[in-house]
Design a protein around this ligand. Structure first.
Ligand code: BGC
Length: 745
């Protein structure tokens, strides 16, 4: 009898606990989602739920089969379908002809502009101007939102230290701090910076995580790095995007510690959800659920689907695994319906966020589309970003800016008349015919007293050396000119996705062409159009001035011309190191100290961490960039020589414009922890500010040092600070800094 009562008690306890769990999970769901969403969920069949998790590409191919899938409630999301009219038509089918009428969420790669194309993200990062970067994303959002897009696959925040990796152009470069600031600005720009809600779009931060760590520069290849690097280098920009409220996140193609991100419960659940606090939607990259079969992790689609949903993937981009296999997996009890419901809630939450349940057609306004796309205002604002993103790398004897006098200018090079190549790889709906080439922009700018001559110099035929026979004619053109403008670089498709290269020398015969032209002895200004840092060592030697114009977007040709003629004083600084030699790659400024030092000293000490054949230093360091004026830096003034945790220290630096034109200087602050329980980088960027200075003017750069700037990740991978001495540096680049010390008590 006693035994029976105890058993009953135990049973009751188990039932009670199960009820509590069930109750709490229901409550959780309610906290995160609205009544509307919960009501919808209750009505949905498992097939319709799986349909909401399905993201299909249209890419202009709208077959009857796809339309039927929409009618059947099997398509919750569409990518690569553009235009207010087209998307409204598809939306109408979803709303009027599917059983529950749930609207479609339209998604697109609006990476750096929709129709008015801004400079590539790497270039924008070179402006270090967060307001401008935010505005650029806001313009992109306005244009995309007017053309029927609700969500963009941006910002990409992959830190990369390898310019061979073609996708380096899509993010903010090599530094986690600058990368975090840019990530925050771009998320805000896309999601909340426009006045009206339906002018903003949802952002999707990508590619979680470590995709930029490709060991050899090839795309989709191995990224293998330590947990310390994961946490110190690759996660911070994602955290910044999350803190800025990013709505969704895309997983990388790559793997971490042998597990592809699509199947990594450790990274998606333990790290991203639990540690980093991400509450938005997690999607795969293109077909990565099916990739689990290709790389030998799953024997069939069903297993791969289970792996992905167990890892925490909410939305399936293009593999059509979720839509096809989720109903079966639930029916067999291999995954729970709760897992599916949670993922569906994520999708419906996004739809609710952009107001699709109030008005499914709010983003499809053909009139607004016509007025917004490539508007004069968008063009003007985008040009400002292009101007501020270009980096002057060399300016011997102030050869720039060019004088407007009676002269002959030779414009030479395979990129001089380029239009599409100025837009870059992710040009979305950008129209090359609307791009003014560098040659045309220069011709437009000069007066009647200037003669412009042109020679292509060589061809770019893939990576083959082509059109060398054109060099001779280019030399003749150069000989007849007072000054030569060389426009060199790469074509739009050479970097971007799948754009890995082994060589970092300018493709084709461009270096040979430059060398031949340089022999004329004429002053040479070289403009580089590229999506990545090239090894410009010989290019710099053969040029009197060198301007990195990147892939500058729709307004880039005019921006280059403005800079060449001094209508704008260049102010960009490198967000990524330019190597001296490609053997130095991966190369980055925030390397750790080594036991043997990086300097061989006067006695050429063999036992130092130096190359025996070339210099250690890059050609141009992180944070470097010249101006048409000059700045002098004072000494660092500290408000105290120590701080206590929780308090702050003020660091000040006087900067004077000693030149003849006004300019804008990016003042950078770096820190080094002198003694620490794990080895620390020699310097780490921790803050920066931009000073606008009239000729002769002095201003103070003022920085607040709070103890979070002194944090590091300890041996247990926890963020912490340790008391002791710190070095503080302020200056114009990572390689030109004033220094002082303080301590943390
Ligand atoms: C890329 C993503 C992109 C997606 C959709 C993938 O191949 O890696 O960055 O957003 O395609 O176009």
């Amino acid at each position: 009898m006693i035994k029976y009562t105890e058993m009953l008690k135990k049973l009751l306890f188990v039932i009670l606990v199960s009820m509590l769990i069930a109750c709490s999970s229901n409550q959780n769901a309610k906290v995160n989602s609205s009544n509307k969403i919960e009501a919808l969920l209750k009505q949905m069949t498992i097939e319709e739920k799986a349909g909401q998790l399905n993201l299909i590409p249209l890419e202009g191919k709208i077959s009857e089969e796809k339309l039927q899938m929409i009618r059947d409630g099997k398509v919750g999301n569409v990518l690569k379908s553009n235009g207010a009219q087209l998307n409204a038509m598809l939306q109408k089918i979803a709303v009027d002809e599917s059983r529950l009428g749930i609207p479609i969420l339209f998604q697109e790669d609006v990476i750096h502009g929709y129709k008015t194309i801004a400079p590539i993200p790497l270039a924008e990062a070179a402006s270090w101007d967060l307001k401008l970067i935010q505005n650029s994303a806001a313009i992109a959002a306005r244009e995309a939102a007017a053309a029927g897009i609700h969500l963009t696959y941006a910002p990409m925040v992959d830190v990369s230290r390898n310019p061979r990796w073609g996708r380096i152009l899509e993010a903010a470069g090599e530094d986690p701090y600058l990368g975090s600031k840019v990530a925050e600005a771009r998320v805000k720009g896309f999601q909340e910076s426009n006045e009206n809600a339906n002018q903003n779009i949802l952002a999707c931060v990508k590619h979680f995580v470590g995709y930029g760590a490709s060991i050899d520069g090839r795309d989709y290849t191995i990224a293998d790095f330590s947990e310390r690097e994961l946490r110190e280098i690759y996660l911070p920009p994602f955290q910044a995007a999350i803190d800025a409220g990013v709505a969704s996140l895309m997983c990388a193609y790559s793997a971490y510690d042998g597990v592809p991100l699509t199947a990594s419960r450790f990274l998606l659940h333990d790290v991203l959800r639990n540690e980093m606090g991400f509450e938005g939607l997690i999607m795969t990259d293109w077909s990565t659920i099916k990739n689990l079969l290709v790389i030998g992790m799953a024997e069939n689609d069903t297993v791969a689907t289970k792996m992905a949903i167990d890892a925490g993937i909410d939305m399936d981009m293009t593999a059509e695994c979720y839509v096809n296999y989720i109903p079966y997996l639930v029916q067999k009890g291999l995954i729970s319906e709760k897992q599916v419901d949670d993922a569906v809630r994520q999708v419906l939450k996004l739809k609710e966020k952009v107001g699709l349940f109030d008005d499914p057609y709010a983003y499809f306004n053909a009139e607004r589309e016509a007025a917004e796309l490539f508007s004069e205002a968008n063009y003007k604002a985008t040009k400002e970003i292009a101007l501020k993103s270009m980096v002057l790398l060399k300016n011997e004897d102030d050869v720039l800016p060019l004088k407007t006098k009676k002269q002959t200018i030779a414009v030479i090079g395979p990129l001089a008349k380029a239009q599409k190549d100025l837009l870059g790889w992710w040009a979305c709906m950008g129209d090359e015919n609307q791009v003014v080439s560098i040659y045309d922009a220069i011709s437009k700018k000069v007066g009647d007293n200037t003669t412009i001559k042109y020679a292509k110099g060589c061809d770019i035929d893939g990576f083959k050396v082509a059109g060398k026979d054109k060099i001779k004619q280019a030399v003749q053109v150069a000989q007849s000119a007072d000054v030569v403008l060389m426009v060199l670089g790469e074509e739009y498709w050479m970097s971007g996705e799948g754009g890995g290269t082994a060589s970092l020398h300018l493709p084709s015969a461009q270096e040979e062409l430059l060398q031949a032209v340089a022999k004329t002895g004429k002053p040479i200004v070289t403009i580089i159009v590229s999506g990545r840092p090239y090894v410009l060592t010989d290019v710099a030697k053969n040029s009197n001035a060198l301007l990195e114009a990147w892939m500058p977007g729709s307004t880039g040709g005019e921006a280059v011309a403005d800079i060449l003629f001094g209508d704008f004083n260049p102010c960009g600084k490198l967000p990524v190191t330019f190597p001296y030699h490609e053997g130095q790659v991966p190369i980055f400024y925030n390397y750790r100290k080594t036991s043997h030092g990086f300097d061989a000293g006067d006695n050429d000490n063999r036992y130092s961490a130096t190359y025996r054949d070339i210099q250690n230093e890059p050609l141009y360091p992180f944070g470097y960039g010249l101006s048409y004026t000059h700045y002098t830096y004072g000494d660092i003034e500290l408000s105290a020589n120590s701080i206590v945790k929780g308090e702050k220290l003020i660091a000040k630096m006087k900067v004077t414009n000693t030149g003849k034109v006004k300019g804008s200087e990016i003042v950078q602050l770096y820190i080094h922890d002198v003694i620490c329980s794990v080895s620390r980088p020699v310097i780490e960027l921790k803050d920066f500010t931009i000073l606008e200075l009239e000729p002769g003017e002095t201003k103070e750069a003022i920085f607040e040092i709070t103890s979070d700037k002194l944090e590091f990740i300890d041996r247990n991978f926890k963020k912490t600070t340790e008391p002791g001495e710190f070095k503080l540096f302020i200056g114009e680049s990572s390689a030109n800094l004033k220094e002082t010390t303080f301590s943390l008590k």
